[in-house]
Ligand binder design. Structure first.
Ligand SMILES: [Zn+2]
Length: 400
């Protein structure tokens, strides 16, 4: 531990001097102890504690079936804040080094040094367990905020109970945020910010007919690429992804509603209630599926195999040529883990994209090759233009 109370770790990986600094900021001993009490309660195996008193997201991060048996046996757990800080810092640094070495070597390719600054903060809102701080991140520096509660629930507590930590949770989250760092260095977020500023200016003049939903819609469209690709990376080893026609049509409807809405409150409500898949902003999952479909064309090109099954009948798709009829018959399918080469090849291709509309175009090319028809297409250029025209009084060219 350094004099400022932060933890520092260093290691050379493939000729890059990597350093990891972890600072506990705002996640105090008091918050930590209260989280441990909630963890004990949530995993006590007794009837579900009153969710009103525990924020739902916190409940979801904390509840682990594997812990219940052990807590039931009466294991005594005394929270130890200094051990928590030291232990979690070590695990975090170790995970970063492993990810750079094994999963994401391109992240430090041709770099002399790379510094990670992790701030452990008080946060457990949905999808905000980690945040890439692009305002402060630079070429050799990645600043990341991470939820202290998530560390308590996924690293410290399982360690006390059964000498295990949820390493895959840490890995997936880190890989996701690292992808955002690469997107940031490509200038994607600056470009998005520039257009958002333009929208603000245009909205000041009522004759421009800018919908109050436009800033939200524009962000969502950008996220299809940035969050979609980060989620694709995160799920490299996930066994199955769900593809559902119903989810797609529901999401498209919500986007159209968003493009036509006439107040900020309505826009927020649509995003909070309608544009969700399993409680998560829909563009994460849908963007990830778009990347997956690109990878399917690579699977065919490289003559690799992939398992795709019907959600209902568990029947297997035998030939990717029949994918569309299989989708129509099944309505919901499970997309299996991709061959590594096909996955990589698609990632290389998608990683070179510098505008979200090019992501849609690349995806549409894949749909064309796979003979996917409208009903199963997540977003096409026609819908993209309609959405922007709806929200700009038919003047989407203003956003260029
Ligand atoms: Zn993200």
């Amino acid at each position: 531990m350094t004099a400022e109370g932060s933890f520092l770790f260093q290691k050379t990986i493939a000729k890059t001097a990597v350093s990891v600094e972890i600072i506990f900021k705002g996640y105090t001993e008091q918050l930590f102890c209260s989280d441990i009490e909630i963890l004990k309660l949530v995993n006590s195996g007794k009837s579900a504690p009153d969710k009103q008193n525990i924020k739902l997201r916190q409940y979801d991060i904390f509840k682990r079936r594997s812990l219940i048996k052990i807590i039931k046996k009466g294991l005594k757990i005394e929270p130890n804040y200094s051990f928590f800080k030291e232990f979690c810092s070590q695990i975090f640094a170790k995970t970063i080094f492993n990810v750079l070495k094994n999963d994401f070597p391109q992240f430090i390719k041709n770099k002399e040094k790379m510094h990670f600054q992790l701030e452990i903060i008080n946060k457990y809102e949905y999808r905000c367990l980690a945040n890439h701080d692009f305002a402060r991140s630079q070429k050799d520096l990645m600043v990341l905020q991470f939820s202290g509660s998530a560390l308590a629930g996924r690293v410290y507590f399982p360690w006390l109970c059964r000498k295990r930590v949820d390493a895959s949770f840490l890995e997936r989250t880190l890989i996701h945020e690292m992808e955002h760092q690469l997107e940031h260095l490509k200038g994607l977020y600056q470009e998005e910010e520039k257009i958002q500023q333009k929208i603000k200016l245009l909205s000041q003049n009522p004759t421009n007919h800018i919908s109050p939903g436009l800033p939200y819609l524009y962000e969502t469209l950008c996220n299809f690429y940035t969050e979609g690709l980060a989620t694709y990376l995160e799920h490299k080893d996930t066994a199955f992804l769900t593809f559902s026609l119903e989810q797609i049509s529901h999401a498209k409807e919500a986007l159209l509603k968003l493009s036509l809405c006439d107040s900020k409150t309505e826009a927020e409500k649509i995003l909070l209630k309608d544009f969700k898949i399993k409680g998560e902003d829909a563009e994460y999952h849908l963007g990830c599926l778009m990347a997956y479909f690109v990878a399917l064309t690579e699977t065919i090109r490289l003559k690799k195999k992939v398992t795709i099954i019907s959600a209902k009948t568990k029947e297997k798709l035998t030939d990717l040529k029949d994918l569309m009829s299989f989708i129509l018959n099944s309505r919901e399918i499970r997309l299996g883990k991709l061959d590594e080469k096909a996955w990589d090849s698609a990632y290389q291709m998608l990683g070179n994209i510098t505008h979200h509309s090019d992501f849609i175009k690349t995806y549409l090319k894949a749909c064309h090759e796979l003979k996917i028809t409208q009903v199963a297409v997540i977003i096409d250029m026609e819908l993209y233009k309609t959405l922007l025209n709806n929200a700009t009084g038919n003047h989407s060219e203003l956003l260029k």
